[in-house]
Ligand binder design. Sequence first.
Ligand SMILES: NC(=[NH2+])NCCC[C@H](N)C(=O)O
Length: 474
Amino acid sequence: MASAATLGLSLFRRKPVRSMAEQAAADAAHGSLSRSIGLFPLVMLGIGATVGSGVFVALTAAVPVSGPAVMLSFVIAGITAGLTALCYAELASTMPVSGSAYSYAYATLGEFCAFVVGACLLLEYAVSASAIAVGWGQYLNELFGDVTGWQMPEAISQPPGEGGVVNLPAMALIAICAMLLIRGAKESTAVNAVLVVVKLGVLALFGIIALTAFKSENLIPFMPLGWAGVGSAASMIFFSYIGLDTVSTAGDEAKDPARTLPLAIIISLLVVTAIYLFVAIAAVGAQPWTAFSGQNAGLAVILRNVTGAAWPSVLFSIGAIVSIFSVTLAAMYGQTRILIAMSRDGLLPKVFGRLDPVTQSPRHNTWIVAVFIAVLAGVVPLNVLVNLTSMGTLTAFAVVSLGVMILRRTRPDLKRGFKVPLFPLVPVASVAFCLYLIIELPRQTHLLFLVWVTGALLLYFGYSFRNSVLARAS
Ligand SMILES: NC(=[NH2+])NCCC[C@H](N)C(=O)O
């Protein structure tokens, strides 16, 4: 029987940073990856991973809470995303391994925290994939309605509690993505660039058309529910900024990473914030803030109301459907890779790490993930999914920011391709902004998160603690 003291020590067992690099090298199998990705594709990667259904659905959900001051909420959420992404970049440039925040936590805070972070990443990737799919379904339904005049019945397009039984379009999208992933589909840089142009194009189109109906009266009162409203709206909008950290996952393939990584993160953040603010200003100027509540596929509805014609909304919905698709795919892909990393460390059953001998894709893992995501997308309301995603992501990001500070103290000797500027101000501010948005999330989200983490702890003590590769090695 392990005594309390040894149990305590084992919880904090850390994976040595050097062995991480070694494992990454072994994983890469072809020696080190070539440093070939330049600034422009990195920026495209950041924008492509970040602009998903968030802005298409979160804006209309946030305005009833904040009023026209939703613009300030966008700025707060954007600053949070930017600070955390910089912290991510430092750890990624120090530990070029797969597994993201989970692996960083394993090296800095120990196994127990790493496992909890892994549970948070399941919210950031798997649950976000469900959320994106639900948002995608709304625009698909809107498009159907505009083109055929026939709206899918709520019973099969809405979850229970929102007038439906199951959300089939969202589940269908997930099934398609799972099949593509199992066949080993990976988005190319060229396809991504095209999708980014489509996304930014339709959002700009929205802004320009909505601006023609701009009435300054609609901006008054600017902050009907005060700063409290602005804060909670920021926590709802944060979802639409998740994904900037994806840039740092290309850390070991970037040309001159010390310069290009931070630049790519900052440029993607500025582009994304600019387009979101443009959309937000145009939307709140086009109709009174009280008109936003309960609008599904809100931006398409605004376009239809503003122009009185169907074609702008049709064009917009097509653009959204085509371009959001890939964000679901990318989130599912990320999820399977994190589970592989956890399974290789012995913290999850081996089935997650098993690769198909022919395609080299993690077939079982992908199906398990897909079923989980599809069930959530089918029966859980969108706002619950969005808020849970943000809760998990903000927690993981806060840990990453702490990790930056810890690793600077414990391993000052490590070579860092990129260091956050103004240390320790940036990581401290990053933690503070994350905590602020976490507090602003609804009570229900906090409770669900607690349930989730409790489940993770049961799994950890029931299985992972004993099966950990590190534990068995010692
Ligand atoms: N890595 C991820 N979890 N990506 C999900 C990104 C969600 C994206 N920001 C959106 O607006 O839909």
